[in-house]
Design a protein around this ligand. Structure first.
Ligand code: ZN
Length: 279
């Protein structure tokens, strides 16, 4: 496909009951009472990636890794990257800096113990590094992370930083260190950054839209970063009575996402984020 680069495909490994939209129904303390479906969905992803000769980055929640350490090792055995999605899936702007540090440290330690190697990358729950929580980047660098993929340069009710650069770049931090920020793919349309190939946007938008966004990003010389969750290929997951807006956002297109993902992977070449960033 002419000037298409190798792009990055990433998965935020949490289960269907751990997403922000379900917090009114399920507290952290209730998590152990729910059926874990994440393992079977991750194994399906490993098959999909393998059949397309693609490698990926899996941002794994510390809580999940401790419940199913064999799954983490299986991801790694297939040549994919293990990265960190925090421990409790709390949005950063609901945490103090010290609470945030404890959460990422607990998750990183758990993941490194299980994977047996160093974890380089972090993605915040619900892309919650925004203008108000930029202090989190300093903490991530201090805790040994080399890159972050938590700033979504769009407008959104829960997250977003529309003025942030849409390209993967090194950022100089107030504490004197630096970190590479690798934002998920957006496409500029009529002067606005639109989310282009991830989560509900990927499920909702036609595949040509995602492909166009990828080609445009590649034409500027930058790789595209795609993201999905294991529960997004699981139409059999238990459903909760969400309010209409978040019901749509959470459940739209679940039945067709697996096919769409397979088609996307056939259209280009995909690898781990750490390789894309030369780490
Ligand atoms: Zn998440």
């Amino acid at each position: 496909m002419n000037n298409q680069l190798t792009n990055a495909i990433t998965f935020d490994v949490e289960d269907y009951f751990q997403v922000e939209a379900l917090r009114p129904f399920i507290e952290f303390d209730d998590w152990p009472r729910h059926e874990l479906r994440v393992e079977q969905n991750v194994f399906k992803l490993l098959e999909i990636l393998g059949s397309n000769h693609a490698h990926a980055t899996f941002f794994v929640l510390g809580w999940v890794a401790e419940r199913v350490p064999g799954m983490v090792r299986e991801i790694q055995r297939h040549g994919h990257e293990i990265a960190c999605h925090g421990y409790m899936h709390r949005m950063i702007y609901e945490q103090t800096p010290e609470g945030f540090r404890q959460d990422v440290r607990r998750a990183k330690t758990a993941l490194e113990d299980i994977a047996g190697n160093r974890i380089l990358g972090y993605r915040a729950p619900t892309f919650s590094i925004t203008r108000k929580t930029l202090w989190a980047l300093d903490i991530l660098a201090e805790e040994g992370f080399k890159y972050d993929s938590s700033i979504f340069p769009i407008r959104h009710d829960r997250y977003g930083f529309p003025e942030w650069s849409p390209y993967s770049e090194s950022v100089k931090l107030p504490n004197g260190s630096s970190i590479i920020e690798a934002p998920p793919l957006t496409m500029r349309v009529f002067g606005m950054n639109l989310p282009a190939a991830g989560g509900g946007y990927f499920r909702l938008a036609p595949l040509w839209f995602s492909s166009l966004a990828i080609r445009r990003m590649n034409a500027r010389g930058y790789p595209a970063i795609i993201y999905l969750h294991p529960w997004e290929i699981d139409p059999g997951q238990p459903r909760f009575p969400l309010p209409p807006g978040s019901r749509f956002r959470h459940y739209v297109g679940l039945a067709s996402t697996e096919t769409k993902l397979r088609r996307l992977l056939r259209l280009g070449s995909y690898t781990r984020l750490r390789d894309i960033l030369s780490l």
